[in-house]
Every structure is written in C-alpha cells, then in structure tokens.
Design a protein around this ligand. Structure first.
Ligand SMILES: Cc1ncc(COP(=O)(O)O)c(C=O)c1O
Length: 396
C-alpha cells in the first residue's frame, strides 16, 4: 500500500498519557496505585453549570451553532477577559473550539507556513511540540533550567531568533513547572517580540490558579502592540473543573480570528451546543467556586513542596501557579531503586510506579530530564499517602 502521511507518522504518543495508562492497567489488575499523572481538577463541575447544560438540552438547544461558537458565549468570554485580564476584545475576535488544546492547534494552523520556526521554552507542555510539527512548523527549543526558575530571559530569546522564526508559545502559569512570569519579565519578552515581529501564542489556561497573592498579567494586556500580535489561549477546563466538556477558546486580532473560524468551519465545527451553554454559565455565573478551588490548591501546594524538600535525595522549587510541581531527582541517578538502576527520569517513574505504586510523570518528554512532575490536582489524602510512599520507596 502507498505510504501514509509522514507528518502524521512522526507524531509521538503523549508521555503524560503513557504513564497514566500503565497506572490504569495496574489498577485494573487490582493494585492500589495512586495517580499524579493527568492534570485535571479532582473537583466535580459545579451544579449551576451542570444545570445550564441540562436546561439547554430540555429547551431543545441541540442543533448546530456558528463554527466559532454561540455569539452569547463569545460575548461572555470577551466580558470575562475584560474583567479578569483587562483586555478589550469584541466578540468577533473570539473563536471557541473543542478545548484549549484544540485552540492551540487551530492558532498554529492559522499562522504557520511550512518550515516556519516556533520558539518553545523548555520545560514545555508536551503537546505544543507535536502540534507545531503537525502544523508543518519546526520547534526551536530554548532551555530554561531550574536555576533560572524555568523561565526564559529576553537575551536567550533574542539569541535564538532567526530568519525563519515566526512565533513563540508562552505558557503562563506553566504546565509542567508552575512558574509565573512577572509584569516586567513579560514586558522585556514583549519588547523582543515587537523588535523581531513575532506572533505570541499565550496559553493562559491556568491564570486563575496563582498563589501567594502574585499578580497574573495577560500578555495581550501589556500594550497595543502586544494586543495585536498575541493569540490568547484559554478555556473552562481548569478554572471550572470542566475538562470533559471540551470548551476552549482563542482571542486574537480580527484577521487571525477569521482564519481560525474558517478553519473550524471546515474541520470540527463548533463544540457541543449544550456544552457551550454550560460555558456561558461558568463564565457569567457566580465566580466564588473558582476562588474556593484556588485556595484548596494553594494549601496542597504548600504541603507537597514542604514534604518534598524534607525528603533526602529529592527537592523542588516553589511553583507560583497551576497545579504542578517539578521534583528534581538528579541526586538519585546511578542508584538502584525498586530493583531498577535509575539512569534517568523515565527509569525513576517506572520504578516508583512498579515498586511504590505511585504514578508521576517523567519530564524528559517535556524537555526537562532529571525531573518528574507531580500534580496536586489530587485529594490531600492521596497527596499525603503518595509522599509517604515516596519516603518509603527511597529508603528501601
Ligand atoms: C498548558 C495547557 N494548555 C492546554 C491544556 C488543555 O486544555 P483543554 O482541556 O481545555 O484542552 C492543558 C491541559 O493539560 C494544559 O496544561
């Protein structure tokens, strides 16, 4: 038979899902495995949001909507962004898609030509790398190590830019690192983007999960220039515990938004109509649930960071946002744990899962070898037990 698509053939399976599926397989075999793999809130979707979807179904809102999403939803998004991020978008600049992940993909399809480079600060969310490739682009990795708090500097950015560089993807606060850029750090990066005319895909899906009273600053709110060149990516998955509803969105200039809407209209169309009604309620209804969840995450973050730093052999720096922590395991390289020689973070994750019955994500796939990622979007009971198991696993 004829050759299949080379671009598609090069897409790698998600490392996050690989650990998760091994953990699920062990659980199915009856083993007591605790998962810290996938990043989704352990809370249920709030009742008022569920009720809005049920009402939509009962009212017969079960037909197609415009490809870019219901006008009322796009207006609700523009209003929420104005309140929370201080940006001024018309609803026509908003495109709704089937999750923030889908929005990133469509944004890349809208701006890239074959061979264009996209700057990707490492550690990065693994899907960005694959999506850049799927859209015909080439990821250009800039390393941001733990010593620089996993954040790139404007000097690094400027040095990396070449004639084919078209865009940068910034994820703030970040998955997997939990780091948050300050206003002045973002301003310095924005100045380089202006100088070299780069588009900025700013994935701000964790913006409501920021701790220690830190200020979240949206890239698009920095200046008129930043507003024009930024595509904000956002969604309801993380802030409203709605991962399964598949509603994400992008906010961009009119030209980009139009291309994204056209792209959606000929591929997926809009996400489920009743889910869009649920998202209107999430964004326009009471917001106290968002703050309540944020507070719970902050308590868990404080606990997990303290415990990790008390355990000999591992350490972590304090994440400012999202619900992830990067545990440094470099001191364990060369040791034998759970009967396995630990040569890298993949070995550690497998050994810890098989012998300690805890699933964490190795970070080599995120461009950060020597680290594993825990999520604290898990119950306090599970976090406590997971860390007890880590202690035991390292002592054995
Ligand atoms: C940085 C980042 N962007 C986007 C997403 C995906 O969000 P959604 O569920 O809305 O597709 C995730 C989920 O893990 C994420 O970590």
């Amino acid at each position: 038979m004829k050759e299949l698509s080379r671009i598609a053939g090069e897409v790698r399976a998600s490392t996050t899902l690989a650990v998760d599926s091994l953990a699920k397989q062990m659980q199915a075999e009856g083993l007591d495995v605790i998962g810290f793999g996938t990043g989704e809130p352990d809370f249920d979707t709030p009742d008022n949001i569920k009720a809005a979807a049920i009402k939509a179904i009962n009212d017969g809102k079960t037909k197609y909507t415009p490809a870019a999403g219901l006008v009322d939803l796009r207006k609700a998004i523009a209003t929420r962004l104005k309140i929370d991020l201080n940006t001024d978008y018309d609803f026509s600049q908003i495109t709704v898609a089937s999750g923030a992940k889908h929005s990133v993909f469509i944004a890349l399809m809208a701006i890239l030509n074959h061979g264009d480079e996209v700057i990707l600060p490492a550690p990065y969310w693994v899907s960005y790398y694959e999506m850049i490739r799927m859209a015909g682009g080439n990821p250009l990795i800039i390393e941001a190590g733990e010593e620089q708090h996993f954040k790139i500097t404007p000097e690094q950015l400027e040095k990396a830019i070449g004639s084919k560089t078209k865009a940068i993807i910034l994820n703030n606060p970040s998955n997997p690192t939990g780091m948050l850029y300050s206003r002045s750090e973002l301003e310095d990066i924005a100045e380089v983007c202006r100088k070299y005319d780069l588009y900025v895909i700013s994935d701000e899906i964790y913006y409501s999960l920021v701790y220690d009273d830190r200020e979240f600053v949206s890239f698009a709110s920095l200046s008129d220039d930043a507003f024009e060149r930024t595509i904000i990516i956002n969604g309801v998955s993380k802030s409203y515990a709605m991962t399964g509803w598949r509603i994400g969105y992008a906010a961009a200039n009119q030209q980009i938004s139009k291309i994204m809407a056209n792209y959606l209209s000929h591929s997926t169309g809009a996400p489920g109509t009743m889910n869009q009604f649920a998202a209107i309620e999430a964004l326009s209804g009471p917001q106290d649930g968002v703050e309540a969840m944020r507070k719970v995450f902050e308590v868990r973050r404080n606990y997990i960071v303290k415990r990790i730093n008390e355990i000999p052999g591992v350490s972590c720096i304090v994440p400012d946002g999202a619900f992830y922590v990067m545990m440094n395991i470099k001191q364990l390289i060369g040791k034998t744990l759970g009967g396995r020689l630990i040569e890298n973070d993949d070995d550690f994750a497998v050994a810890f899962l098989e012998a300690g019955h805890v699933a964490v994500v190795p970070c080599s796939g995120f461009g950060a070898p020597g680290f594993v990622r825990w999520t604290y979007a898990a119950s306090m009971e599970n976090i406590r037990e997971g860390l007890n198991r880590l202690e035991k696993f390292l002592q054995a």
